[in-house]
Design a protein. Structure first.
Length: 89
């Protein structure tokens, strides 16, 4: 049962993560990618994808933290929450 305690928070956090990641990747590729036919396009794609992921994690990390705390609910000392709102508080 402990595996599912953070499921709702995970589902709430994944949509903003994907949205931020995809939109930042698109913005960065539109503005900073090299012209077509550049032999280093793979490296630009790798760097821009990594940066987009870092941006998304920066903004959505609190939801991941709440998910982990909810999974500890009732298991670890000091982690007794009555619900999601209590955990966030």
């Amino acid at each position: 049962m402990g595996f599912y305690q953070g499921l709702g928070t995970s589902l709430m956090g994944i949509a903003p993560f994907i949205g931020i990641k995809m939109s930042s990747f698109d913005y960065l590729m539109t503005n900073y990618s090299p012209e077509k036919g550049n032999k280093n396009i793979v490296y630009y794609n790798l760097a821009i994808g990594g940066l987009a992921g870092a941006i998304a994690v920066t903004f959505t990390y609190p939801t991941d933290l709440v998910r982990k705390l909810m999974q500890l609910n009732g298991v670890a000392e000091g982690h007794n929450y009555s619900g999601l709102g209590d955990c966030i508080k």
